[in-house]
Design a protein around this ligand. Structure first.
Ligand code: MG
Ligand code: MG
Length: 441
């Protein structure tokens, strides 16, 4: 990320907080995978958004109206530890490399942070995200309250930091859009690899491997565990096993995105394992694609957050009536939310540093108005699990979702992952590439 971004963000947040206030953000802890093996470390998005500081065991403090304004508590350098685990910035590195006005060893936080809290009236903090740190903050506040009789001073208010901070994160800067475009581009290349490899007899994980290869060879990681579901597994929204053999005649749904420079993509395509959609598969696919296009057209400045979803619901309801899976008039069925039998999630979510990114969807109980710089997914789907009542056999076991990441701009929707084929003929052409040639008789 452009190094000018971080000071700009801190400045913006501090101007929203006002003087006499302090914001406190702890870094994410290391989490264990099993016994003594750690999960890959991923900084907390709020913490990283403001600091660009990639280490654990750190606490950022912002104090507009004071000097220093930006203090980082972090681990001290330790050559013996660094020989095993790599470089540690240390307080000096936090100042020289990460723009802190002042930095202290994390081991000194009990003494120093209480002194900083004492100077302020309002504390901005996110309760509930880091339980251990919540307890420590409450302890420091209580210490200050108890010292009141001795002339000490405790802050009066504890305010949720999320409200201001997540409002900032909702609007992506040019540099952020650049990272998201890159994350989308890598995901597009990965999906093409996945489609090209597919043929009956391989496994869901064989296809997953193509994504991992493409992500890692571009310096990206998965932004969430890839969902690679063949046949009925495509109907399980968060299917994770990725272990089934791909069978001739099935569809394969892959929902996989990557994180590049801490920004996520989230992209889904569905294609035939044998390179050709059957007629019922193509019918369902086309209904989802039409809904996705109708929804994407609604991603316009001035529209409401819910407009794309409403367009998708309308389009899917009409489509399902046409093939006989819903019976009745569109108006009545939409009112009854009849689509929920087959399309039971919403059409999208904000996306950014987090796949399901922060930002309010409603403002004063009204759906939020779309503004330039917001990025959302558009991802309608139809899922007909085997044994679904009232559905002809030929449609059972079909699951289709098509998902792209869309930036709101003054010129209309900018589909960041729009280079990826979604037209059924083009999807078939890619999925046909690795099929075994038919044996001649
Ligand atoms: Mg997805
Ligand atoms: Mg999504």
């Amino acid at each position: 990320m452009n190094s000018r971004e971080f000071p700009r963000r801190r400045k913006q947040l501090m101007s929203m907080m006002g003087t006499d206030s302090i914001a406190i953000l702890p870094a994410a802890p290391i989490r264990m995978r099993n016994r003594d093996v750690e999960h890959d470390y991923r900084p907390d998005s709020d913490f990283y958004y403001l600091t660009g500081f990639p280490e654990t065991d750190a606490v950022a403090v912002l104090m507009p109206g004071h000097n220093p304004k930006y203090v980082l508590f972090c681990r001290e350098r330790d050559p013996a530890k660094e020989a095993w685990d790599g470089d540690i910035a240390g307080p000096e590195g936090a100042v020289n490399g990460y723009g802190a006005d002042d930095a202290y060893p994390i081991s000194d936080i009990d003494d120093i942070l209480v002194g900083l809290l004492e100077k302020c009236e309002r504390v901005y903090y996110t309760m509930g995200a880091h339980r251990d740190f919540d307890q420590r903050l409450i302890m420091w506040m209580n210490q200050l309250r108890a010292s009141g009789q001795r002339g000490g001073h405790a802050p009066e208010e504890l305010i949720s930091l999320e409200h201001h901070l997540h409002e900032l994160r909702l609007f992506k800067s040019r540099a952020e859009v650049g990272a998201m475009r890159r994350a989308a581009k890598i995901a597009v290349a990965a999906h093409r690899r996945g489609m090209r490899l597919t043929r009956p007899g391989l496994y869901e994980y064989s296809v997953e491997a193509e994504y991992l290869h493409e992500f890692r060879s571009n310096g990206a990681v998965c932004s969430y565990p890839p969902i690679v579901g063949a046949g009925a597994n495509a109907c399980v929204l968060h299917y994770r096993a990725n272990s089934k053999k791909l069978e001739d005649g099935e569809l394969l749904l892959v929902d996989a995105g990557c994180e590049y420079d801490y920004y996520a993509s989230d992209v889904t395509r569905t294609w035939p394992v044998n390179g050709r959609f059957s007629k019922p598969q193509r019918e369902i696919y086309q209904i989802v694609l039409d809904a996705q296009q109708a929804a994407t057209e609604q991603v316009q400045v001035g529209n409401h957050w819910n407009d794309p979803h409403e367009a998708a619901v309308k389009s899917i309801t009409r489509g399902l009536i046409k093939i006989g899976l819903l019976k009745g008039t569109p108006a009545k069925l939409i009112k009854e939310q009849a689509h929920k039998k087959f399309f039971f999630h919403r059409t999208g979510h904000w996306i950014g540093m987090d796949v399901h990114d922060v930002g309010d969807y409603k403002v004063e109980e009204q759906w939020r108005v779309l503004e330039p710089g917001m990025v959302m997914t558009v991802e309608p789907g139809i899922y007909i699990a085997p044994g679904t009542k009232g559905v002809p056999k030929k449609y059972q076991g079909i699951g289709v979702r098509i998902e792209d990441d869309v930036l709101v701009t003054k010129k209309g929707p900018d589909v960041l992952s729009g280079a990826l084929e979604s037209n059924p003929d083009e999807v078939e052409a890619l999925a046909a590439e690795n099929q075994k040639p038919k044996r001649r008789r």
